[in-house]
Design a protein around this ligand. Structure first.
Ligand code: ATP
Length: 387
């Protein structure tokens, strides 16, 4: 979709901002460009919409050399979001959002309808915020309008230059989560510049780690964190990269253990026998239809049915949630394990449980799997015996 071929940018004063860059962004992919200040990220991005022209090399958009396209026509295919947002102060939020469709000559009503739809999509209520002016919005809301405006003409490509850089960390996290949700719906091809490695790993399908005009590593977030290509990258991602990697490592079926399972209406005596036979202290309790109800301890199973003794289990996640969420849920519920289901709906089935030891093992196996380029369930790691 976007292809850089040996692109170099030298500014007139002799600064080489980008040096012989070659990489490709696939259709619908979100690539984050991350690196310290001044390493060439913004220059890279601005060459895509021709705010800056390369000195050497070429950039292809859908196979077409962008140097041969009219810049105005080119920019219609590219949404652009920057940190300073750049909303027109004398125009309402709705008018700001409708800017590009209006420029493209859409009928006024259609442009406003589209703007209304977009505001909704980025989490702003058009009825509440649509008629306000930019200075009547919070920083986070202004950023949302910036994203809505960039998406208004439905361009296939989005360029985002530190779009969430100016808001506080809490708002920033929320905007990132909302943007991920939005991207899963609209599937744009996105180049996203940030100097924040946490943001880069959270948002990127792949990350380009920049160092002085060159890409030092271009890889999945898990690989960049698990197997940095050079001491420079290792230093940039930080010594706590194992911890950061938790957030990009999903829970897989092979990570789960299968504890004894009993049903709500089982007689307590029979359930107690099962647990004794399996030498287990507790069991997972399922409803009649196989959905998760909770858990029961072996010693509680005295008389009646399992229902009389079982406790509700709030500590659960769906498969595919990441290990950081798993750890966080364990801490939040002070739980020694969490249940893992095959989805989030009311009919989600119980798949197994994740324990702290298995969580650690999953992390180690995923690092090993990336280093050896094999699927995670093919990796064996030595398990530290429990004490
Ligand atoms: N117009 C210009 N003339 C000369 N040098 C420039 C110009 N614009 C940028 N540079 C230099 O090119 C290099 C790359 O700049 P660029 O803005 O691409 O970096 P960046 O990685 O986006 O940095 P930041 O994170 O601080 O925005 C820097 O050394 C910068 O000083």
């Amino acid at each position: 979709m976007i292809r850089f071929e040996h692109v170099t940018k030298r500014y007139p004063d002799g600064t080489t901002a980008v040096d012989d860059l070659s990489f490709e962004v696939a259709e619908g992919e979100l690539v984050t460009l991350v690196g310290p200040s001044g390493c060439g990220k913004t220059t890279t991005m601005k060459m895509v919409n021709r705010l800056i022209e390369p000195t050497e090399g070429r950039i292809l958009l859908d196979g077409e050399d962008i140097a041969k396209l009219d810049p105005v026509v080119l920019r219609r295919r590219i949404g652009y979001v920057i940190q300073q947002v750049g909303l027109f102060p004398h125009k309402t939020v709705l008018e700001n959002t409708a800017t590009v469709p209006s420029l493209l000559g859409w009928p006024r009503r259609k442009a406003r309808e589209r703007a209304t739809e977009l505001l909704d999509l980025v989490g702003l209520d058009p009825k509440v915020h649509g008629d306000r002016y930019p200075d009547q919005l919070s920083g986070g809301q202004r950023q949302r309008v910036g994203v809505a405006r960039a998406l208004a003409a439905d361009p296939p490509v989005l360029l985002m230059d530190e779009p969430f850089g100016a808001v506080d960390p809490v708002v920033r996290e929320r905007l990132q989560a909302e943007f991920l949700r939005l991207q899963s719906q609209v599937r744009k091809t996105v180049l996203f510049v940030t100097h924040d490695i946490e943001e880069a790993v959270r948002l990127g399908d792949r990350i380009a780690v920049y160092g002085n005009g060159r890409i030092e590593q271009f890889d999945s977030p898990a690989s960049v964190l698990g197997a940095p290509a050079s001491p420079y990258v290792a230093d940039f991602v930080g010594s706590d990269r194992g911890l950061k990697r938790l957030s990009v490592t999903p829970i897989e079926p092979g990570d789960l253990v299968a504890p004894p399972v009993v049903h709500l209406d089982d007689p307590a005596g029979r359930a107690a026998d099962r647990l004794r036979a399996e030498n287990a202290q507790w069991a997972v309790v399922l409803d009649g239809d196989g959905t998760l109800h909770g858990w029961v301890s072996a010693e509680a199973l005295t008389a009646g049915t399992v229902r009389d003794h079982s406790r509700r289990m709030e500590a659960w996640l769906p498969l595919g949630a990441n290990l950081k969420q798993a750890f966080s849920v364990m801490l939040q519920h002070d739980a020694g394990w969490i249940a893992v289901l095959d989805g989030e709906g009311a009919d989600a089935r119980f798949r197994g449980v994740l324990t702290p030891a298995r969580l650690h093992e999953a992390l180690r196996r995923s690092i090993d799997a990336d280093a050896r380029d094999v699927p995670r369930d093919e990796v064996e790691v030595d398990t530290v015996p429990s004490v």
